[in-house]
Design a protein around this ligand. Structure first.
Ligand SMILES: Nc1nc2c(ncn2[C@@H]2O[C@H](COP(=O)(O)OP(=O)(O)OP(=O)(O)O)[C@@H](O)[C@H]2O)c(=O)[nH]1
Ligand SMILES: [Mg+2]
Ligand SMILES: [Zn+2]
Length: 312
């Protein structure tokens, strides 16, 4: 076998490690039968061609790339091209995301309406449909869980309630993720994103740590984004938790990021085309909706922010 083959291969960036990128190649993409010794997937430690830096092309996890100068023996290669991205989630930074699964725990840390909304808005802003995973449901009663489910429904979102302790919801999650090309698990620190990946993918065993007893918050255990295979052709990303996503959006677009407002605006129109749904006459938005005060407060912040369109 030739260990210094230099043909081109296409792969996906699964992790960034210091100045290197880890690129995974599907075994089936290798037509050369002499490479049978490799398992289904092969990971290469890659640098990037300097011309990519000149072109200002930065590369993130999820990017589809071409690798060259492939050293099969040492599993090293050089990235020579990056494909245009279909989508891009800024934080956590992942390219070509097809589903953002926002993990929110019902307790430890406690469910927080504003924080949950901020995560949802980040996905809506990137035009990626979010799915809410309600984690740690073993910590609350069935009645309380129904209240959370109904609350999220009134915001226009379905959720999948799960617990790794009694395996509730796990099968429907696996089914959903296996149907999706690239799912990102995002959410605050300590909600159980990594624990969920360990539970869903038996070959993965990542470090997790318990929530701080004093602050009732996570301790930022996961430090890097990494993609893991879940079924054929599907990937799942673990990401570092963070507690307060920023909202950066033009005030005129802000209301369209709330499904419950979108529903109202699809049924009837406000009198003024540029209505910001404040106190304008003939506005059709129901100001009694749970998230209206949150919308209003952040809208005012965006309008008055010294940075363009930033709230929080
Ligand atoms: N009761 C209960 N605890 C859980 C569940 N899932 C995870 N945990 C616990 O929650 C704690 C935090 O879990 P992690 O998986 O490290 O949380 P994370 O979201 O990855 O946190 P960061 O990496 O900091 O973003 C651990 O002590 C887990 O054992 C669950 O379903 N029920
Ligand atoms: Mg983690
Ligand atoms: Zn209006």
């Amino acid at each position: 076998m030739n260990n210094n083959k230099s043909n081109k291969l296409k792969g996906i960036v699964v992790a960034l490690k210091a100045n290197f990128l880890i690129v995974e190649i599907d075994y089936q993409d290798l037509k050369d039968e002499s490479l049978e010794q490799f398992s289904e997937k092969i990971r290469f430690l890659c640098t990037r061609r300097s011309k990519l830096d000149y072109q200002g092309l930065f590369i993130d996890v999820g990017d589809i790339v071409c690798i060259e100068s492939i050293d099969f023996k040492n599993k090293k290669a050089v990235i020579s091209q990056v494909e245009p991205r279909k989508t891009f989630l800024k934080r956590p930074a992942v390219a070509n995301v097809t589903l953002v699964s926002i993990c929110i725990s019902v307790d430890e840390p406690l469910f927080d309406m504003e924080q949950t909304s901020r995560f949802l808005l980040t996905a809506e802003c990137a035009n990626i449909k979010p799915l809410i995973i309600l984690t740690k449901i073993d910590l609350i009663t069935k009645n309380d869980l129904v209240l959370y489910i109904n609350k999220l429904k009134s915001w226009g979102y379905d959720c999948i309630p799960v617990s790794i302790h009694n395996s509730q919801g796990i099968d429907s999650l696996i089914e959903r993720f296996r149907k999706t090309k690239l799912t990102v698990l995002a959410g605050p620190s300590g909600v159980g994103k990594t624990s969920l990946i360990n539970h869903l993918i038996p070959t993965v065993s990542l470090p997790t740590s318990s929530v701080s007893k004093k602050l009732k918050r996570g301790t930022h255990t996961t430090r890097h984004v990494e993609l893991f295979a879940i079924g054929k052709g599907s990937l799942l990303a673990d990401t570092p938790g963070f507690n307060r996503p920023e909202i950066i959006c033009e005030p005129s677009r802000f209301a369209s990021l709330f499904p419950e407002f979108r529903t109202q605006l699809s049924k009837s129109k406000c009198k003024f085309r540029n209505c910001l749904h404040r106190d304008e006459p003939g506005c059709v938005i129901n100001k009694d909706l749970e998230r209206y005060p949150f919308y209003r407060e952040n809208l005012e912040e965006m309008i008055n922010s010294p940075l363009p369109y930033q709230a929080g």
